[in-house]
Ligand binder design. Structure first.
Ligand SMILES: Nc1ncnc2c1ncn2[C@@H]1O[C@H](COP(=O)(O)OP(=O)(O)O)[C@@H](O)[C@H]1O
Ligand SMILES: [Mg+2]
Length: 574
């Protein structure tokens, strides 16, 4: 856009020179037409001035249209990239509100392009044109105008200094407020059912009050200085007239020049005035611009990856350590395993043990701090997004369906390939259920599939994970919402993935989901405490249970009630 900006800068120069028209006109009327008393002169001058005014107006229109289009072009170019960041941010622990905020910043900038604020900025560098004119009329007048501008500029600087912190706080408060609002809206069911809407509103009220208070204090400062500046400008204008009159009395200036000086000095101050009036939107736009620039800079560079043949042999983790991006705490340490095509790994363990975090690392949603996740021997980062799209299916623990048709939900928002969609739905045993709906696969789901039950949503999400027979399928508690039929569907899906030579990893609470895996890993406190073939682990468990010599914690507790009961009170007493 640099070329256009230079062009606009030049255009603004012409517009500003044309803005001197009225000053010239006054001067010509007083000093020429009135002095000579010639009507034809007056007509000629007026016609000339009219022409210049029209030209001025025309250029002004052109400039504002260019600015508006420039804003739209900026938006069009940048918004999709910023939106990519909106998609990336939540997995690094930013709230949804914060992530959406980035998109709104593009709006702020686009609006700025069409606002008087930017026009002010474009006019600012042309102030010397007016100074030169006033100086040309009389150096004293020029000096007075310059002094006025310096005072006003200082006031602007003061405004900036005093509001800088406040403005930053205001935007932080605005973000907090929107995230409270969002959480409340999202929890609408819970709030209604347990009747704590009042507390929820209080929470919002507090955030809203904070925002209002901060905003009030910042706008107080801006307004006070704005009013002062206005008065300053009026004083200055009168001062120019007074000084002009004095100079005329002393015979150093013509009568027309007094008026011209007054008009031109007012025009010289206008950009400063505009700067004060639009200070807030200029700062907002500047902050938004910086944020957007940061955002674009922070976007991961798409490395030009060589197209590898789609994976079909192995999936492995080598000593991976997983850190939560939002808090930086280590959640899973030193996990290693290697799976061959056709294998299925079941992961079990207490909740909070790190199962979902491990799955996030295995899919690349969370980066690994140490170690490697490899598909066919190549690190995940070496696979182009296209190959990943064909080769990986993931069902997260919390899944939100998209507000579109079932078919598109299953086809991962792409154009649904009917055969593949149906195959995926059948693999998730959800085909019959979908066919029973009024619009079948074209049924629109609404926001987060409001029209479906939890189990139905989960099975559609499962179909989405199975769409296109991906080589690697990761399922995070796929049966948490399911009835026995649904559990069987998951179990069947696992078997069919293995039979077609895929690899499946499934996190499960209930043993039913482990029916068709051959490997089992147990995660506790972020560590794999056992990993092996299912048969071995089952044998171990059976062995442990049948050996009273090595009881586990629960049995110990049970035994103690018989054998150690008498000693217990003594311990407590001592
Ligand atoms: N987004 C997150 N940011 C920070 N910590 C997290 C995040 N998600 C989970 N954790 C923490 O990681 C640990 C393991 O969580 P998770 O992997 O969800 O366990 P599981 O799936 O086994 O129940 C928990 O202690 C939890 O507090
Ligand atoms: Mg979990």
């Amino acid at each position: 856009m640099r070329g256009v900006m230079i062009y606009l800068f030049g255009l603004s120069g012409i517009i500003n020179v044309l803005a001197l028209t009225s000053a010239f006109y006054m001067m010509q009327i007083y000093d020429r037409a009135l002095m000579s008393g010639s009507v034809p002169t007056l007509v000629l001058i007026s016609a000339l001035a009219f022409g210049l005014f029209m030209f001025h107006a025309g250029l002004d229109v052109v400039r504002s249209q260019i600015l508006h289009r420039l804003g739209a072009r900026f938006d069009k170019t940048v918004a999709p990239d910023v939106h990519q960041m909106t998609i990336e941010m939540p997995r690094y622990g930013f709230s949804i509100g914060e992530s959406l905020e980035r998109g709104r910043m593009v709006d702020t900038i686009r609006n700025f392009f069409g606002s008087p604020a930017l026009v002010t900025l474009l006019d600012l560098p042309w102030m010397p044109v007016f100074f030169a004119f006033v100086f040309f009329l009389h150096p004293y007048l020029g000096a007075l105008t310059l002094a006025g501008v310096v005072v006003l500029a200082l006031m602007t600087a003061m405004t900036e200094l005093l509001t800088r912190r406040a403005n930053r706080d205001v935007s932080r408060a605005a973000a907090t407020r929107s995230s409270v609002a969002e959480a409340n809206a999202r929890n609408s069911d819970v709030i209604r059912a347990m009747g704590f809407s009042r507390s929820a509103i209080d929470l919002f009220r507090k955030a809203n009050d904070d925002h209002l208070r901060l905003q009030a204090s910042s706008s107080d400062i801006t307004r006070t200085f704005g009013a002062l500046a206005k008065v300053m400008r009026m004083i200055l204008q009168s001062a120019v007239l007074g000084l002009g009159a004095y100079l005329t009395i002393m015979g150093e200036l013509s009568a027309g020049a007094i008026i011209a000086a007054s008009v031109a000095s007012a025009r010289a101050l206008a950009p400063i005035d505009g700067l004060i009036a639009n200070w807030k939107s200029i700062i907002l736009a500047k902050n938004a611009f910086e944020k957007v620039r940061e955002t674009i800079a922070a976007l991961p560079d798409e490395p030009s990856l060589m197209n590898l043949p789609d994976p079909k042999r192995t999936f492995s983790a080598e000593n991976i350590t997983v850190v939560a991006p939002s808090t930086g705490t280590v959640i899973v340490t030193d996990v290693s395993f290697k799976l061959e095509a056709g294998q299925g790994l079941g992961i079990i363990g207490p909740s909070g043990g790190g199962k979902s975090s491990l799955m996030r690392a295995l899919t690349g949603v969370w980066p690994v701090l140490r170690g490697h996740v490899r598909l066919d021997g190549a690190d995940l980062s070496q696979w182009a997004e296209d190959s990943i799209a064909r080769s990986v299916g993931y069902l997260p623990q919390d899944y939100t369906l998209f507000d579109t048709s079932i078919a598109r939900n299953i086809a991962r928002l792409g154009d649904p390939d009917p055969e593949k969609v149906i195959a995926a739905a059948k693999a998730a045993s959800v085909h019959e259920m979908i066919m029973a709906m009024p619009d079948g696969y074209e049924t629109q789901l609404g926001a987060n599939g409001v029209n479906l039950s939890g189990g139905q949503r989960q099975r559609i999400a499962l179909a989405c994970a199975l769409y296109g027979d991906p080589f690697l399928v990761l399922l995070d508690e796929p049966n948490s919402n399911l009835d026995p039929n649904g559990e069987k569907a998951v179990s069947d899906a696992i078997l069919s993935i293995r039979e077609r030579g895929g690899i499946v990893i499934v996190v499960a609470h209930r043993a039913r989901a482990l029916e068709n895996v051959d490997m089992v890993g147990i995660i506790e406190d972020g560590k794999i405490v056992r990993l092996g073939s299912k048969q071995e682990l089952m044998k171990l468990r059976v062995g442990a249970e049948s050996q009273p010599a090595k009881p586990n914690a629960a049995e110990e507790h049970g035994d103690r009630s018989k054998t150690e009961a008498p000693s217990e009170p003594e311990k407590v007493a001592s």
